[in-house]
Design a protein around this ligand. Structure first.
Ligand SMILES: Cc1cc2nc3c(=O)[nH]c(=O)nc-3n(C[C@H](O)[C@H](O)[C@H](O)COP(=O)(O)OP(=O)(O)OC[C@H]3O[C@@H](n4cnc5c(N)ncnc54)[C@H](O)[C@@H]3O)c2cc1C
Length: 451
């Protein structure tokens, strides 16, 4: 049986490990130079930093995952630096690109473990040099040992906001401010549910406590007004919870409001999507064991709905076990299913503690830039609902009319905010305006490599 696994983060590693343990040698593809995924991203060879420095509290998990990764790489058909840019479910083929060379991987079954990316809300000045997504700021630190600036402010919401600010401060950067758009009261209300994941909850409290006790400026329930500067970032300005305008000087800003699944391959595979009200994300349809409505296509990890690294590892194992079950093999899954169900309940509380600030996208002024690839303003999108061409009742029509989501990012960056803006203008729910359909190639590929 030909099995392919896309992604070598926590989910992909455990999926491959499980397949190998049952005598299946998959083709294993990742576009990165090495495995580990986002959270356990490895630095380039030769960089001398120990696991504790790089991964903090997650050092032992990172070390264990890297050991499993290296063992699995030696036994699987491992293909790093290879992008899967398309999937053709009819032909059961993946289209790949490695060092400008096209390839085709045939499969009988595929497990997609494609992870997640930062979710962004445009803020005035967000395209200035010096503004980076939260995850990008963290990757600079983890993979290159450098920060995005000398005096950095962090703006957004979610666990990564506090974690990345803490990591920067620990690494010696000056953290100018941590600006959380979620009010303290919202987080407090979600606290009882967070007790379902005591270790994660305790780590979060530790990061916040550490930042506070080290005198770092913290504001919660903020409304961002602008990232300021002429040619590069010079400061950030916001309205605090009492409605008073505040400002701080900085030379870089990390922004991010949680994560969204990298689910374009799932889309191209023909898997239907549902709007998850709790995550406020479109997620590909799958059951708790990673099975999808498309025979032979399985999903695991953040690419199938944000769950975090621990869930990703378990879900990778579970999806591989589903594949084996569907092949008629007898495998034991009860304990794993129980653990996954318990973690899913914790995730609900976490999402409630850091809700996506849809109101910020909705209240953007007409002249705010939201689609940097095509240079479109919020007004350019709003006007698609009224003409002069056919009014756009949903995202894909708005794309056709305005070019929103047609640029290099294919809506991966601007899509979430665009849907909020359009829904508000149309007076309907964000689920009703739909989502941008995935298109191949899922990420830009050089023209020279086009088939
Ligand atoms: C930037 C960033 C930073 C994060 N930092 C933290 C953190 O510090 N702490 C924490 O708890 N959580 C963090 N998270 C969340 C955490 O990384 C995830 O919960 C966890 O890694 C999910 O594991 P995964 O295997 O599902 O996906 P990932 O770890 O994201 O792995 C997905 C893998 O798939 C590969 N891939 C994706 N698409 C393709 C394709 N088309 N072709 C080939 N390869 C592909 C990617 O290169 C990647 O290696 C972060 C997330 C992001 C996006």
């Amino acid at each position: 049986m030909k099995v392919a696994v896309v992604g070598a983060g926590p989910a992909g590693v455990r999926a491959v490990e499980t397949l190998l343990a049952h005598g299946i040698r998959p083709v294993w593809i990742d576009e990165a130079m090495d495995g580990g995924g986002r959270i356990y991203q490895r630095p380039p060879a030769g960089m001398q930093r120990d696991a504790r420095t790089l991964y903090g509290f997650e050092a032992s998990r990172a070390t264990a995952l890297h050991a499993a990764l290296d063992a699995a790489k030696a036994r699987a058909d491992w293909r790093p630096e290879t992008l899967v840019w398309n999937i053709r479910p009819g032909q059961k083929q993946l289209n790949t690109l490695s060092q400008s060379r096209q390839g085709v991987v045939a499969y009988d079954a595929v497990i997609l473990c494609t992870g997640a990316m930062d979710r962004v809300v445009p803020v005035k000045g967000w395209t200035l040099p010096g503004v980076t997504t939260m995850g990008g700021a963290q990757i600079a630190l983890k993979s290159q040992g450098c920060g995005i600036g000398r005096r950095v402010a962090f703006l957004g919401s979610g666990p990564l906001l506090w974690l990345v600010a803490y990591q920067y401060a620990k690494a010696g950067a000056e953290v100018a401010a941590v600006l959380d758009t979620t009010p303290f009261a919202t987080k407090l209300a979600a606290a009882p549910g967070m007790l379902r994941g005591p270790a994660t909850f305790a780590k979060g409290l530790y990061y916040i406590g550490w930042l506070r006790t080290h005198g770092i400026r913290i504001a919660e329930g903020v409304t961002p007004l602008a990232i300021e500067g002429d040619e590069t970032v010079a400061g950030i300005c916001w309205r605090d919870a009492k409605g008073v305008e505040q400002q701080v000087a900085c030379d870089a800003v990390g922004i991010g409001w949680g994560l969204k699944p990298e689910a374009q391959l799932a889309d191209l595979a023909g898997i239907p999507f549902d709007f998850d009200d709790v995550q406020h994300n479109w997620v590909p349809r799958r059951d708790a064991a990673g099975r999808t409505p498309v025979a032979g296509v399985y999903l695991a990890g953040d690419g199938s709905g944000i769950g975090g690294a621990e869930v990703a590892e378990l879900a990778g194992t579970r999806a591989a076990l589903s594949l084996l079950q569907d092949e008629g093999r007898a495998v034991e899954t009860a304990a794993l299913d129980h653990k996954l169900a318990s973690l899913a309940r914790f995730r609900v509380a976490l999402e409630k503690a850091f809700p996506f600030p849809a109101h910020l996208a909705v209240s953007l002024p007409d002249d705010a830039l939201f689609c940097r690839c095509e240079g479109l303003t919020v007004g350019d999108l709003r006007v698609t609902t009224t003409g002069p061409t056919l009014p756009a009742p949903e995202m894909n029509r708005a794309k056709a009319v305005s070019r929103a989501g047609m640029g290099r990012c294919q809506g991966r960056v601007c899509g979430a905010a665009a849907a909020e803006i359009l829904a508000a203008k149309l007076g309907c729910s964000v689920a009703e305006v739909g989502r941008l359909r995935g298109q191949a190639p899922v990420k830009p590929i050089p023209l020279v490599a086009a088939p």
